[in-house]
Design a protein around this ligand. Structure first.
Ligand SMILES: NC(=O)c1ccc[n+]([C@@H]2O[C@H](COP(=O)([O-])OP(=O)(O)OC[C@H]3O[C@@H](n4cnc5c(N)ncnc54)[C@H](OP(=O)(O)O)[C@@H]3O)[C@@H](O)[C@H]2O)c1
Length: 351
């Protein structure tokens, strides 16, 4: 779309509708074409050599030299967490994606929101969260979890609504009590612990943003310390651990969560909530630990299964859902088929 005009008489008013006011800041987002461009070949009523043109207008480039308008950017917040790092890898070299770790964009600080020209963005991916499930049960942890997972998410949601942005938010299997065999996107929230309660409240907030994707995932494995790394280290040191065998779910490797998010955005899938874990046979943590041991060249028999109740006896821990299996039909229907967790686990331990 281009816009230019000539006035043929004095005292002519020229009005047009815009969705944004001109500003020096916005100027860097504009692009210009020379009025005499041969490819546009505009038949100006007043020949250009007789028209009044500013020097600036005369200097505008021909079409071949025009720098295209930069596309509006995606802002990834929480970019140094496990998922954030996978998003950095996925979008590496893409100038339209900007990454902000906590030091660049602290979600709990108002100045993070004020200091940004949101008109230059099309979407925010929220990879930040308070994820310390057990610490969230303490008075300080409860406050911190509500602040990041609910109050800050409400602030993000307001920004998305005000500036017509798409908000991608990441949710958890912990919003459910785990009593159903598998969870679809319409299951009512039944969180057991504080972390799950904050994640459920955050989801409810995001669900009122007109353009939103809630990506619900489980048992996240990426760069950083996590269950698979811990088990691999125990296997390498010849330790024989007791691991919970009555929580059943599937791992979610961050590269697949990141790829699923990109798929939803690029395919313009209908807004709403989508489950996204890896695919394959659901397993207990003890089954997964056994697989890790085998892949490290140790024996899966070194892992002893224990119930959640036995494992946490005498420890202060948050209650956990026993069944975390996410129904993947909706995301598959949207054209994204996640890899199996067995395949990803093998590749992860090789890498
Ligand atoms: N991990 C799981 O098993 C799991 C399961 C289901 C769903 N999820 C969800 O998946 C998403 C990604 O999880 P993840 O495993 O990648 O988490 P993560 O590794 O703990 O990363 C979270 C990131 O958020 C940052 N953060 C915390 N408070 C912030 C604030 N006020 N402003 C800006 N950044 C802040 C953290 O920074 P600091 O390091 O400085 O605190 C951290 O870099 C979260 O929404 C989580 O709830 C995770």
């Amino acid at each position: 779309m281009g816009n230019a005009f000539q006035t043929l008489e004095d005292n002519t008013a020229y009005t047009y509708l815009v969705n944004d006011h001109w500003s020096a800041d916005a100027q860097s987002q504009y692009t210009f074409l020379n009025l005499a461009d041969e490819t546009a070949a505009i038949d100006w009523p007043v020949p250009l050599d007789q028209a009044e043109l500013s020097d600036k207008d005369k200097a505008h480039p021909r079409l071949a030299e025009v720098e295209p308008m930069p596309s509006r950017k995606i802002l990834v917040v929480g970019a140094d967490g496990q998922l954030g790092k996978a998003l950095r890898g996925l979008y590496d070299g893409d100038p339209s994606v900007e990454f902000a770790a906590r030091a660049d964009f602290d979600l709990s600080k108002e100045e993070s929101f004020d200091g940004r020209n949101w008109k230059n963005y099309s979407a925010i991916i929220n990879a930040a969260a308070y994820t310390a499930v057990d610490a969230a049960e303490s008075p300080e942890g409860r406050e911190a979890a509500w602040q990041v997972n609910v109050s800050a998410v409400a602030r993000l949601a307001r920004t998305a609504i005000e500036h017509d942005l798409t908000l991608v938010h990441v949710s958890s299997d912990y919003v459910f009590d785990g009593s159903r065999e598998s969870h679809d996107e319409n299951e009512p929230y039944t969180p057991l612990g504080v972390y799950g309660q904050t994640k459920a409240a955050g989801d409810a907030v995001v669900s009122v943003v007109p353009r939103h994707y809630i990506v619900r995932t489980s048992w996240v494995i990426g760069e950083g310390s996590n269950f698979v790394r811990t088990m691999a280290s125990l296997a390498d040191r010849g330790i024989k651990p007791s691991v919970v065998n009555d929580q059943i779910g599937r791992l979610s490797f961050t590269e697949d969560i990141a790829a699923g998010i990109r798929h939803l955005l690029e395919s313009r899938a209908p807004y709403g909530a989508y489950n996204l874990s890896n695919d394959g046979e659901p397993q207990s943590w003890a089954d997964i630990a056994g697989d890790v041991y085998e892949l490290r060249g140790a024996s899966g028999d070194d892992v002893t299964g224990v119930s959640t109740e036995e494992y946490f006896a005498g420890k202060s821990a948050a209650p956990r859902p026993l069944k975390s299996i996410l129904d993947l039909s909706k995301i598959k229907g949207a054209g994204f088929v996640p890899a199996s967790s067995a395949e990803r686990l093998t590749a992860y331990l090789r890498g």
